[in-house]
Every structure is written in C-alpha cells, then in structure tokens.
Design a protein around this ligand. Structure first.
Ligand SMILES: C[S@@+](CC[C@H](N)C(=O)[O-])C[C@H]1O[C@@H](n2cnc3c(N)ncnc32)[C@H](O)[C@@H]1O
Length: 259
C-alpha cells in the first residue's frame, strides 16, 4: 500500500463520491482511508447498523465453512477488517492455518490484537490488496470474503485473483450487500442505509459520507443474481446461496472449477 498521508474525514466529505466510486482508478483512494477512519468503531457500527443481523449472517456463513473445511486446511480471509471471519475459522478448525489480508492498517492492528498468544503462529494478519495477493497459485483451501468484493474497484478481476489462489475444488464463501432487484424495496432499503449511515457518520465524524458510502456502493453494485453469474463465468460453481432482506444481503458458497 502506498505510504501517503491519510485524508481526514472532512477531506473525504469534500470529495465527489460519485466520481470516485464510478472510476476504478479513484475508488480505492476513497475506500481505504475511509476504512482507516472507521476501524476503531467498525465492530460497534456494524452491530448497530445491521440491528444485530450481521452476527447471524456471519454464523450462517461459518456453518457452511464448518461443513466443508478440512481439519488442516489453509484459510484466507480477504478484506478481513477486524478479523471476525478469520478468528471464527481459527476457532472452528484448531488445525487450520489462517491468514487475513486487509488494505487498512488500522483494521489489521485490531485483528492482530484479537488473536490468542498460543495461536500467533497459525493465525496471521497482514496489510495488503486482495486484488494482488502475494500468495502462490492454488495454495488455499477456503477463501472467506465478508463485505469484501463490493469495496474493490473491479469485483470480476478480484474474483479471478481469488480463484488463482484457491486450489481446484476449493471454496469461496462470501457475505455482502447487493442491489435488491425489486425497485420499490430497493428505494426503501437504500434510503434507510443512506439516512442511518449518514446520521451516524455525522454524529461520530461530522462526515456523513463515511457511512452513507454503503448505500452509494450498493447502488453502483450488482444484484445477488448478477454476482452468481459473475461467479459462474469466472470459473466457479455456485454450490449454495442464501438471500436475506429480499436480496439486499446474500451468502454464496462457490467452488473453484477445474479449467
Ligand atoms: C466492510 S469491511 C469488512 C470487514 C470484515 N470482512 C467483516 O466481514 O466484517 C470492508 C473491508 O475491506 C477492506 N478493503 C477494501 N478494499 C480492499 C482491498 N483492495 N484489499 C483488501 N482489503 C480491502 C477495507 O479496508 C475494510 O476493512
């Protein structure tokens, strides 16, 4: 990651958000500093904002993980944030090697602080870009991706990178927000996210954009059906899918197909 000064929340607020999100070259320049600022309150915000549902979605995803991961598997949690999924994987599989990667150093610092001293050899976190991983081809059994691919400039290119590091037959488990297909519900859903996010962003940072970003990013993202198609076209077989909130949230379990 480039070593440039972090823009303040006020500076982020002054940026043209739509221009940044619409331009793959500028999107990451907005997203990474925003998550650096969010990191200290990310867990509290996620619980509050999802009205506690985030924990339920993650437990369902980790139930799928437990049903498929081998006892000594290699696990990669991309855009790991404060490490919720990586820590859950490590506790579900005490023989697994778990690695978490996130673009924001402040997220990584929080994730590292959660790892028990006796697990430090097998649960590691590092700052990095999920679209350019430092891992060799076919070196991972399970990739976990919680609210990850919506935040990168090009989710199709990111899927190719995740497929590259997965072993053939390996599992990609994702949880994310998607554009709900039914227009009246989409309008209501995005209005809630924009209003609630903007209020918390103003209250905590005097910068509504910090949390109303979620609504903006969903508006520009794909539906869960379109994401399933991107998986199929990107060399995966969708093995399981579960939608919540009328398509506003979905879990996918996709397996890397052999070429
Ligand atoms: C909404 S948080 C998700 C955190 C965690 N996975 C969870 O489920 O709670 C999104 C994370 O994506 C990270 N991120 C954004 N772009 C990234 C990139 N290109 N490579 C790695 N991480 C990225 C952000 O820094 C942020 O921590």
């Amino acid at each position: 990651m480039p070593d440039t000064p972090l823009p303040s929340p006020r500076q982020l607020e002054a940026l043209d958000l739509d221009a940044h999100l619409g331009d793959p070259w500028r999107k990451q320049a907005f997203v990474t500093p925003m998550f650096e600022h969010i990191a200290p309150r990310y867990d509290a915000f996620t619980r509050l904002f999802s009205l506690g549902m985030d924990a339920r979605w993650k437990s369902e995803l980790m139930r799928w993980f437990s049903a498929h991961a081998g006892a000594r598997c290699d696990v990669l949690d991309v855009a790991c944030g404060t490490g919720d999924l990586a820590v859950a994987a490590a506790s579900a599989r005490p023989g697994a090697q778990v690695r978490g990667v996130d673009a924001a150093g402040a997220m990584i610092a929080r994730a590292v602080a959660r790892v028990h001293a006796s697990d430090l050899q097998r649960v590691r976190f590092e700052q990095g870009d999920l679209t350019r991983l430092s891992l060799p081809d076919a070196s991972v059994d399970v990739v976990l991706a919680g609210y990850a691919l919506r935040n990168v400039p090009d989710h199709v290119a990111a899927l190719a990178e995740l497929r590259r590091v997965l072993r053939p037959g390996g599992s990609l488990l994702t949880l994310d927000f998607y554009r709900p297909p039914f227009a009246p519900w989409r309008a209501l859903f995005l209005s809630y996210l924009q209003l609630a996010g903007g209020s918390v962003g103003w209250w905590w940072h005097r910068a509504p954009v910090i949390y109303s970003y979620i609504a903006h990013s969903i508006r520009r993202y794909v539906s869960a059906d379109e994401f399933s198609r991107a998986l199929a076209e990107g060399g995966f077989t969708v093995a399981q899918r579960r939608d919540y909130l009328l398509g506003g949230i979905a879990l996918h379990h996709a397996k890397r197909r052999d070429a």
